[in-house]
Design a protein around this ligand. Structure first.
Ligand code: DAH
Length: 365
């Protein structure tokens, strides 16, 4: 018997329906169960739910009420058992279907009603470049505009590039303030670079002069953490080598850079210093950007702020990269980016730069 025929039979009196055996009746009852299950799948709104309820469980002229009135009432006690059991089963199934589908519809309604299209959208913060990155970009931009290009190098270095080739032999006192982290278990010794200077060597090994590069990157040192020291900080290395570079080119480049970064009024001063890879070496100072040079707390009443180390490339370094020290000359510098960021924005605590506290970072959009 197909399903719609089973449904039609519920309109007939028990005798007219003409069930020949309880088995035949049971198979019709199970057809009705599957039809009830099938039709609930089409229920997807308050209206279709109500139509289903009326069709299957309504008080008058529903499938359940017809089975009760047309079949159960007039049946013999023997048939009443079968019909009663089937009717109960179908009633339970229809009620369960109605309950489940009501929940589904309510949830759907809630989901749809929950979206108020007249409200402003959810605003997602896009974020900004970190202050360190902003400072990198600003500093590098100045050098790009005068013909330098950017290269980057490995943070895990060999002692050869980090020290020896930069004219810092083992046991040289210049290593004292460059204690670092050594990598265990590597076949040849490795360390976390203590400065970006190794890229001077790597670049000159690979490229013929003229060389004009800046090298931004992270560097590491075993320092005791305090307001201005951590185990990691950022540098920009600079290197210019050519056949005719003089101390005047060095000084002119440094002065140009300082004016670009601190403003046209900034004055520059070179103080004698020492680095194994430069000769002569200098500390570059600028007139204090806060008091203009008259003396204040920021410059410790000296009128000058220490900016970075620099110098003319030591001819000994050319020996490590097969450059001819008789024909070539150049200058180098190493800028501490974190220091520059702190100076420019009046930040007194270095750790603030690395704690990723949004309340701090938001101040530098
Ligand atoms: N590498 C030095 C340091 O980390 C900084 C430096 C000084 C780099 C002078 C240079 C330079 O290239 O010429 O302390």
């Amino acid at each position: 018997m197909n399903i719609s025929e089973a449904l039609k039979k519920t309109h007939l009196e028990f005798n007219q329906a003409g069930f020949r055996s309880p088995e035949e009746f049971k198979s019709l009852a199970s057809e009705l169960l599957s039809l009830a299950d099938q039709e609930i799948n089409d229920v997807n709104s308050g209206e279709t739910w109500e139509a289903y309820r009326i069709k299957w469980a309504g008080r008058r002229d529903s499938v359940l009420s017809r089975i009760a009135d047309n079949w159960l009432k007039p049946a013999t006690p023997e048939w009443k058992r079968h019909i009663g059991a089937a009717l109960n089963l179908l009633r339970l199934r229809v009620e369960r279907n109605l309950d489940n589908s009501k929940l589904d519809i309510e949830q759907l309604g809630k989901a749809i009603r929950g979206v108020d299209l007249s409200l402003p959208g959810v605003e997602r913060a896009i974020g900004t470049r970190h202050l360190i990155q902003q400072t990198f970009d600003e500093l590098i931009g100045i050098f790009l505009s005068i013909g330098f290009s950017v290269v980057e190098g490995p943070e895990i270095e060999t002692p050869y590039y980090n020290f020896e080739a930069l004219n810092i032999p083992e046991h040289h006192p210049a290593r004292d303030n460059m204690d670092t982290f050594y990598i265990e278990g590597s076949r040849s010794p490795h360390l976390l670079r203590t400065h970006t200077s190794p890229m001077q060597i790597r670049t000159m090994e690979k490229e013929k002069p003229p060389v004009r590069i800046v090298v931004p990157g992270k560097v590491y040192r075993r320092d005791n953490p305090d307001a201005t020291h951590g185990y990691m900080f950022h540098q920009i290395e600079g290197l210019a080598v050519d056949t005719d570079i003089t101390f005047c080119d060095f000084k002119g480049t440094v002065e140009y850079f300082v004016r670009e970064f601190l403003g046209p009024k900034a004055r520059t001063r070179l103080r004698p210093s020492y680095f194994p890879f430069t000769e002569p070496s200098a500390e570059v100072d600028a007139s204090c950007h806060v008091c203009g040079g008259s003396g204040c707390r920021i410059c410790k009443f000296s009128g000058w702020i220490e900016l970075f180390g620099a110098g003319m490339v030591n001819p000994a370094v050319y020996g490590f990269v097969n450059y001819d020290p008789e024909k070539l000359s150049g200058f180098a510098f190493g800028i501490g980016v974190d220091r520059f960021a702190m100076m420019k924005y009046g930040i007194t605590e270095l750790p603030l730069l690395f704690q990723n506290d949004v309340r701090f970072l938001k101040q530098f959009p």
